[in-house]
Write a protein that binds this ligand. Structure first.
Ligand SMILES: [Zn+2]
Length: 186
């Protein structure tokens, strides 16, 4: 993956089949609702506000994750300060993809922060309030986002109702933090 690779060329591929019969065990289970049962594909449209880069891609179809697509997403979510890349947790992608569907948004996620290298996190910890020294951003398990056609509090409440991890509300900074750590909110 390198900067000149036109990741933006990826487009949503409509699944040829609406239902895919699968006997495979789910990669993970949502505890409260089986969101997965209605899906033929899982896709994401992300726009990194710091780099101006976007990606629109199907990262799961026919019962499995597309590792190339997930790598492309990880590239967009890299630490823009240091250019460090890190594997993104697929379950985090599932959570925000479902959340987008539940919210009925037609806009890409605006990404304020994806992966943070330990160096960047330490710098942020020293200079700003509310930064966890052991942030899940350092493990590819957290993302800070907003949607331009939905209110921040809608994102917050939808994420909290899904109960898939941590949800942080930062209205002054204009984003919601979503992670796949323990279920909690602040
Ligand atoms: Zn965050």
């Amino acid at each position: 993956m390198h900067p000149s690779d036109p990741v933006t060329r990826r487009t949503i591929i409509k699944a040829g089949v609406a239902l895919i019969a699968s006997t495979a065990a789910p990669a993970f289970a949502y505890p409260r609702q089986n969101y997965r049962s209605v899906e033929a594909i899982r896709s994401l449209h992300l726009h990194n506000i710091h780099t101006g880069e976007s990606i629109k891609t199907v990262y799961w179809e026919k019962g499995s994750y597309n590792t190339e697509a997930i790598k492309d997403i990880a590239y967009i979510l890299r630490d823009y300060r240091t250019n460090d890349m890190y594997d993104i947790e697929p379950r985090l992608l599932d959570v925000i993809s479902h959340m987008h569907r539940l919210l009925g948004s037609h806009k890409p996620y605006e990404v304020i922060s994806g992966y943070r290298s330990p160096r960047t996190n330490e710098m942020l910890y020293e200079h700003s309030k509310g930064v966890n020294p052991n942030s899940l951003h350092m493990y590819g398990k957290a993302i800070d986002v907003r949607l331009n056609d939905r209110g921040l509090s809608s994102l917050r409440h939808t994420a909290m109702a899904m109960r898939q991890g941590g949800v942080g509300y930062y209205p002054a900074s204009g984003f919601v933090h979503i992670d796949v750590g323990p279920v909690k909110h602040w």
